[in-house]
Design a protein around this ligand. Structure first.
Ligand SMILES: [Zn+2]
Length: 244
């Protein structure tokens, strides 16, 4: 279990990640919980493994229950639902690989995308180009009856099969939720972006910490460092006195 972040660490992570690309931000979150791991090492984790670790970190910090909202695409009704981090990581299989799949007469040996692959895909400009970039980077070998095939020039069929096979070995890389609307009976699938969800929660936590610092600094004229050094229990007790 990763350790929970202190109030001061929450602020440091929030400050460091605020202007970062979501992919870098996810690594900033992870390295706060795993300070001994080099950033390059974390960037080389498959995104599925990254998200499983982020969920464990989230559980250590804020508990295992996620509360999320979604709007019904048919009638606009707002649904609130809860998920458990352990259920989201339960489908996680040891991400060793490489794996193989085949489509349209072409066989592929592939690994799962990591943060560097996704960064390269994000720079490619279109969904189509991104799929090709991921194919070229994550396919370790491609071949048909006649011999080796260029991994950078795979057919649409092969790229589709690759995406499906990646989703199968790492289902948590894209947490898909089946939702139903009680108002109109509509049903739809929604995707949960684990890193983005956790970042939003951490930002809210950072704002609460700063609010606490604000109240206590005004009441007692303590410095930010002094207030952040208080244990959570003492901070709460002084807050109650300052506000009461
Ligand atoms: Zn509805």
């Amino acid at each position: 279990m990763p350790r929970a972040l202190s109030a001061g660490e929450v602020l440091r992570v929030w400050e460091a990640g605020a202007d970062q690309h979501p992919l870098d931000r996810a690594l900033t979150l992870l390295s706060a919980a795993e300070p001994r791991a080099a950033r390059a090492e974390l960037a080389a984790l498959s995104v599925a493994e990254r998200d499983a670790r982020l969920l464990r970190m989230r559980a250590a910090m804020l508990g295992p229950t996620l509360s999320a909202f979604a709007a019904c695409p048919r009638c606009g009704e707002r649904l609130e639902f809860t998920l458990r981090t352990d259920e989201l990581t339960a489908g996680s299989r040891a991400a060793d690989g490489p794996w193989e799949t085949a489509a349209g007469g072409v066989s592929l040996r592939f690994r799962l995308p990591d943060s560097r692959d996704l960064a390269a895909a994000a720079r490619s400009g279109s969904v189509d180009a991104a799929r090709r970039v991921l194919g070229a980077r994550c396919v370790l070998a491609a071949w048909n009856d006649a011999g080796p095939v260029d991994a950078g020039a795979l057919s649409e069929d092969a790229l589709t099969a690759l995406a499906a096979a990646m989703g199968e070995v790492a289902p948590e890389a894209e947490v898909s939720l089946s939702l139903g609307c009680p108002a109109c009976g509509g049903a739809w699938e929604s995707l949960l972006d684990v890193a983005d969800f956790f970042w939003t929660e951490l930002s809210a936590r950072a704002r609460r910490v700063m609010q606490d610092v604000h109240v206590l600094a005004r009441a007692y004229h303590w410095s930010e460092a002094e207030i952040l050094a208080l244990s959570p229990g003492r901070r709460r007790a002084y807050l109650e006195m300052a506000e009461g």
